[in-house]
Design a binder for this molecule. Structure first.
Ligand code: HEC
Length: 165
């Protein structure tokens, strides 16, 4: 008799944890595979944002407008996916914060890149502001220890950042 009760308790706990896991994944499962956050979740999407921000800084250092624009769009895609698919994470309003803290800064960068008269000081400045905004959100969400430098000339990638012509 006691064994049956114990077995029922264990089965109940197992069922509960399956339900919890299923609920946690629900938001992500609704997404199409082309949405990076659907496949990767938040931490890995952040990793991609870090790589693309790094490459964006390197492209800006080399005054490579096309490449800087390319990485800006990659960042924008991930940010949009986070807004659409991760409204909340660890009790923090991640979607809303991405919308209010990061998106306007990415839009400003885009304006600078698409301006008729290219002003590299302005573009450099707005690139730094992107990183500052990443760090500010880490501050706001209790991850201040994840901090990126606003400038770098370190190229660990097998990639040329100078304009190709
Ligand atoms: C909405 C707030 C927010 C914004 C905006 C944000 N982050 Fe994050 N970031 C987080 C949170 C929360 C975590 C912790 C995620 C976890 O616990 O899995 C994180 C984790 C990370 C990590 C650790 C994961 C790793 O692979 O090392 C990196 C790097 C990172 N973010 C980079 C960035 C970059 C680059 C940007 C800007 C382009 C950015 N983040 C913008 C909230 C934010």
């Amino acid at each position: 008799m006691k064994k049956t009760v114990l077995l029922n308790v264990i089965l109940g706990m197992l069922l509960l944890s399956f339900v919890t896991i299923a609920c946690q994944n629900q938001v992500i499962e609704e997404a199409e595979p082309e949405h990076i956050v659907a496949v990767k979740g938040l931490a890995e999407s952040m990793y991609y944002m870090q790589v693309y921000s790094h490459k964006l800084l390197l492209a800006v250092n080399h005054e490579n407008l096309e490449l800087a624009d390319f990485y800006h769009h990659e960042l924008e895609h991930i940010a949009e996916d986070i807004i659409d698919f991760i409204p909340e994470y660890g009790g923090q309003p991640i979607g809303e914060l991405t919308k209010s803290m990061l998106m306007p800064i990415l839009d400003d960068f885009e304006d600078a890149v698409e301006a008729e008269e290219v002003n590299w000081d302005e573009i450099r400045n707005r690139a730094r502001l992107i990183i500052r905004s990443c760090n500010a959100c880490h501050d706001a969400t209790g991850y201040a220890y994840i901090k990126m430098p606003e400038e770098t000339d370190m190229n660990p990638f097998l990639q040329v950042f100078e304009p190709i012509d």
